[in-house]
Design a protein around this ligand. Sequence first.
Ligand code: T3D
Length: 263
Amino acid sequence: MDFSTIQFSSAGGVARLIFNRPDRLNSFNQQMHEEVAEALRLIREDGSVRALLIGANGRGFCAGQDLADRNVAPDADMPDLGYSLETYYNPLIRALRELPMPVVCAVNGVAAGAGANIALACDIVIAGRSAKFVQAFAKIGLVPDSGGTWVLPRLVGRARATALAMLGEAVPAEQAEAWGMIWQCVDDAELMPAAEKLAAHLATQPTRGLAYIKQALNASPSNSLDAQLDLERDMQRAAGRTEDYREGVTAFFEKRQPTFKGE
Ligand code: T3D
């Protein structure tokens, strides 16, 4: 597939998926959904990829759904947004959460609607100081989607999640960092270098171990402590059988840096 709504490349164990509809604030249309889904499929099939970096071109990260694609004229049949979520947004969020490697998201400007929640579905989110996160849905009569109602209260607590969802007020990047909504806010000029450095570092780490960490953290919110202890046992058993665990312990005793192969 030739990509145009995204840029996609892979080198040094890092795949880069860059939203590329800057004239539409990188809002999603059907083609962009299809291209992102294809890129994620390629990543899953490429055994050499050990970290994914998501970013965006232009002044914004993503404004969610391209509203120009929604015909709400008085005489039009109202669109089935449930179909849109079932077909496009939900598989995208599931794919990001299930990808067995770290996903770093670099938020360069406004992240609104589904754009905000796609960013928050990633594993480590870094934002430029001028970026902001907007749960824009209520302003057009909609409900936060793309996992927003799940992830927001878990990240910032119910009180803030409710106000953000109902008021649609922007959260500046510094505030998002202070609230624990994202990992880090950096100067705009530092955003891509910092995100690249982080993704490159993660691509040298024990990939399967990181995937087990991700799986355990994903399961944690809906698990009891007992269930989570069982899961940790299973994840640890699997991690303890990786070559990277062998290398980590060996390197520790040899007082050298480990060389992880992601195996
Ligand atoms: O439909 C389904 O499939 C269901 C799933 C829905 C998922 C969703 O994401 S629903 C939520 C959709 N997104 C929004 O409601 C966000 C709408 N946009 C905004 O609130 C603001 O534009 C922003 C907060 C994102 C940015 O504000 P600002 O002041 O920086 O920029 P602006 O001037 O409002 O926007 C710049 C241009 O981008 C403008 O076009 P123009 O006037 O220069 O020709 C604006 O219309 C356009 N734009 C911004 N967001 C969208 C968009 N065009 C289409 N769709 C957008 N989402």
